[in-house]
Design a protein. Structure first.
Length: 572
C-alpha cells in the first residue's frame, strides 16, 4: 500500500511539472532587470471622508492604500488626536485598513488621524508626506494650522521621518518631551517639511525629535532634538502659522569637568578641562583659584588667564612666582558650549609645583595665511598665534607685512587675545600680488619677558585674481521689532567648491559679502540674542527657546565681476 502511494505521488508530481512548463512557455513575462519600483504608497480612499461632521461615536475608520505596505512600519507611524485612551485595533483586508477605537469617541470633538512618512511599501518607498484625516462628532471641524521645516546643524534638511510634536497649553504648562507624548504628532517629508492641520485654538509648543526608539518620547543623549524659537498661538487672527523653522541637534547632557592642572614652570599653569568652558561674563579672574594644600606650601596669585584658541579645552594662567609644594586648584561658575555648568564633583584637583624657572621662549605656532599660500582672499587677515600668553602692551607689532616693492602695507593691527595678533590691510590686498610677512622676534615677548624664539623670520603669500571675484548683497529685516542682538549671516557654497563666508550687521538693514568666489551659494541668518558669537539651539526642559534663524529657500548664483544684489532675507 505504501508503494502505491509513492508511485501515485510521483505521477502527480510529473504531471504538475509538465503543466507548469507549459504555462511558463505560454506566459509573456517581462525580461529581468526592469525598472525599479520607486513609486511611494498613497491613501486613495477614506471612510468617513475628510471633513465629515456629526460622525457616530462608534465609528470605525477605513483607509485604502494604493499598494501593499509594510504593516510594522504603519503601527509606528499612525497618530490619533486626541488620544483614544488605549491601543487602536488595526485590521487588514488586502489594501484596506480598518481602525477600531478602544472606546466611544468624545462628544463634539474634532479627531485627526495622521499617517506619518515612516510608512513604507514592500519596496521600502515611504509616503512622500504625512496624511491627515479629520472628522468631528460635533457640527464643525477645527481649522488651526502650523507648518514649517526642520533643518540639521549644517544646515542641510534633517530629512524624512522626523517626529514633530505639538503640545497644547495656556502659557502655564511646561511640557517635558522626555515624559509626555505630544497632543498632536506628525512626521516630516523627505525635504524636512511638516504640517499640522485641524488644530483647536490654543497656545502650542513644538519639538522635533529623531525618535530612534519609536516610543514618541525624547530620549536625552540618544535622540537629536529641535526646539522652536517661541510658542505659537492658534486661533483668532492667528489661525495659521506657516513659517516655523526648527534646527535639529544632539543635546549635550554631560557636565564639563576639570581633569588636571599642571605647573609647567614657576610662572605658568595649564588647566585641562574635559571640554571647552568659559565664564558667562568673559572674565576668568574670579573663576579660577589656587590655594596651598599643605602648611608648608606658600601661596601665590593668578595674574592672567585665557584659553588657548587652538585648544580651548586648555586654559593657561600666568602667576606670581611659585614655590615648590602641593596646591589645590578649583574652578567655579564656568559653562560649556551647551550652557551646562561644571560638574560639582569634578571642579577641584591637586597638583605639585616644582618651582623650576621659566626658560622656554615663546614660539609662533601658526601663521595664517600659511607660508607660500596662493589665491589668498583679498580681505583675509594675517593672524599670528603663539604658544603661550604674550604681552599685549608692546608698542611694536610681532610682524610687518611688505608688498612686492618692499613697502610696508598700511592697515590696522592689534591683539585679539593673549595668544593672537591680527592685521587687516587697509582697503584689502591687491589682486595677483606677492606679500612678505616679516616676523619681529626681538620685540615680541611673553609675560615672563622672554623674546620670541622664531628661526624662520619671513613668510610669503600670493593673493587671488580680483577679476574672478564678485559679491552678494541685500537687506535683512526682522518681524520682531523689539528683538536685540546682532544678525549673523553665512553664505555657503553648495555648487562650485567649498567656500564659506560670514558677515554681521548690528541691526536690520543692508548687508554685503564682498570678494566672493563664483559658484552657487546658500544663505542663512540667525539673530544672536545673547551676542555670544554662536547659534544657541535652546533646551526642551526646563524650556529655553532656540535663537531665531532662516535658511533662504532660493540659492544664489554668483558669476565673476557680476555683483548679485537684492538678496533680501526676512527673519521670522
Amino acid at each position: 500500500m505504501a508503494g502505491k502511494i509513492v508511485r501515485k505521488n510521483y505521477r502527480v508530481s510529473r504531471l504538475t511539472l509538465a503543466l507548469l512548463w507549459l504555462v511558463s512557455c505560454a506566459k509573456q513575462a517581462p525580461p529581468p532587470g526592469g525598472p525599479v519600483d520607486e513609486t511611494p504608497p498613497k491613501i486613495v480612499e477614506a471612510d468617513p471622508p475628510a471633513g465629515t461632521v456629526r460622525v457616530a461615536r462608534d465609528t470605525r475608520v477605513r483607509l485604502r492604500f494604493s499598494e501593499k505596505v509594510d504593516r510594522r512600519s504603519l503601527s509606528d507611524a499612525i497618530f490619533v488626536t486626541p488620544s483614544p485612551g488605549g491601543d487602536l485595533g488595526l485590521d487588514w483586508n488586502g489594501l484596506d485598513l480598518e481602525i477600531k477605537f478602544p472606546d466611544s469617541l468624545r462628544v463634539n470633538t474634532t479627531y485627526v488621524i495622521t499617517l506619518g512618512t515612516g510608512i513604507r511599501d514592500l519596496r521600502n518607498n515611504r509616503l512622500e508626506q504625512s496624511y491627515s484625516l479629520a472628522f468631528s462628532t460635533g457640527d464643525s471641524i477645527a481649522t488651526g494650522e502650523l507648518r514649517g521645516k526642520i533643518f540639521g546643524e549644517n544646515p542641510a534638511a534633517a530629512g524624512q521621518g522626523i517626529l514633530v510634536g505639538a503640545f497644547l497649553g495656556d502659557g502655564n504648562r511646561q511640557p517635558d518631551p522626555t515624559r509626555e507624548v505630544a497632543d498632536y504628532t506628525t512626521q516630516t517629508s523627505k525635504a524636512g517639511d511638516f504640517e499640522f492641520r485641524y488644530l483647536v485654538d490654543g497656545l502650542y509648543r513644538l519639538f522635533a525629535i529623531d525618535d530612534k526608539y519609536g516610543n514618541r518620547l525624547y530620549d536625552r543623549g540618544e535622540d537629536a532634538i529641535g526646539v522652536a524659537s517661541r510658542d505659537l498661538q492658534v486661533g483668532g487672527a492667528n489661525s495659521a502659522s506657516t513659517d516655523i523653522n526648527i534646527r535639529l541637534a544632539l543635546e549635550d547632557t554631560l557636565r564639563p569637568a576639570l581633569n588636571s592642572v599642571v605647573a609647567t614652570d614657576h610662572r605658568h599653569l595649564e588647566w585641562r578641562f574635559e571640554e571647552p568652558v568659559a565664564p558667562m561674563d568673559g572674565d576668568w579672574f574670579p573663576h579660577l583659584r589656587v590655594l596651598p594644600a599643605s602648611s608648608g606650601s606658600a601661596a601665590f596669585s593668578l595674574l592672567a588667564s585665557a584659553p588657548h584658541p587652538l585648544d580651548p579645552k586648555q586654559v593657561h594662567s600666568f602667576t606670581s612666582p611659585q614655590a615648590p609644594g602641593s596646591y589645590r586648584a578649583s574652578a567655579a561658575d564656568l559653562f560649556d558650549l551647551a550652557g551646562l555648568p561644571l560638574d560639582s564633583l569634578y571642579r577641584e584637583v591637586e597638583f605639585v609645583a616644582a618651582g623650576n624657572p621659566d626658560t622656554i621662549r615663546p614660539r609662533l605656532i601658526r601663521l595664517s595665511p600659511p607660508d607660500s599660500a596662493r589665491a589668498v582672499a583679498l580681505n583675509e587677515p594675517v593672524v599670528a598665534t603663539f604658544s603661550e600668553l604674550m604681552r599685549m602692551d608692546s608698542t611694536c607689532a610681532p610682524f610687518v607685512v611688505h608688498d612686492s616693492a618692499g613697502v610696508a602695507v598700511k592697515g590696522k593691527g592689534g591683539w585679539e587675545n593673549f595668544f593672537q595678533y591680527q592685521f587687516n590691510a587697509a582697503g584689502g590686498w591687491e589682486g595677483l600680488a606677492k606679500y612678505t610677512v616679516d616676523v619681529v622676534a626681538d620685540s615680541t615677548f611673553d609675560l615672563s619677558g622672554l623674546a620670541l624664539d622664531d628661526t624662520v623670520r619671513q613668510r610669503i603669500f600670493w593673493t587671488m585674481n580680483a577679476d574672478t571675484l564678485s559679491s552678494i548683497s541685500g537687506a535683512v529685516s526682522d518681524e520682531e521689532a523689539a528683538a536685540a542682538g546682532p544678525l549673523r549671516l553665512t553664505a555657503k557654497q553648495i555648487v562650485g567648491g567649498k567656500a564659506s563666508y560670514e558677515t554681521m550687521v548690528s541691526k536690520p538693514g543692508a548687508y554685503e559679502f564682498p570678494a566672493v568666489l563664483p559658484g552657487v551659494y546658500q544663505l542663512s541668518i540667525y539673530r544672536d540674542a545673547n551676542n555670544n558669537g554662536r547659534y544657541d539651539f535652546g533646551r526642551p526642559f526646563p524650556f529655553l527657546p532656540a535663537e531665531r534663524f532662516r535658511v533662504a529657500s532660493d540659492s544664489v548664483k554668483v558669476r565673476a565681476r557680476w555683483p548679485n544684489e537684492g538678496n533680501d532675507i526676512r527673519l521670522p
